[in-house]
Design a protein around this ligand. Structure first.
Ligand SMILES: [Zn+2]
Length: 81
């Protein structure tokens, strides 16, 4: 059985997904907050730290979200502005 380390809490877990089952609700919630923010405000000329300030999501987690399926498009706007 292959174990993955949860990128939110550091615990090892065996299920698939980006984070462990304990963290997945919070992760999904922050992901949808991030998506909603981008849909409403656009990503041009915004840095991750600015988005972090507005959404309350840590830059570390925002960085992870950029690697999630479906968010590739955000990446080119949000890198190191
Ligand atoms: Zn976790």
């Amino acid at each position: 059985m292959e174990l993955t380390r949860c990128s939110r809490c550091g615990a090892f877990y065996a299920n698939t997904g980006y984070v462990c089952s304990k963290c997945s609700d919070q992760d999904n919630f922050e992901l949808s907050t991030f998506k909603k923010y981008v849909e409403e405000n656009g990503v041009e000329l915004k840095s991750l730290s600015e988005i972090s300030t507005y959404t309350g999501i840590s830059e570390k987690n925002l960085n992870r979200f950029l690697d999630y399926d479906g968010l590739e498009g955000y990446k080119k706007f949000l890198k190191e502005l």
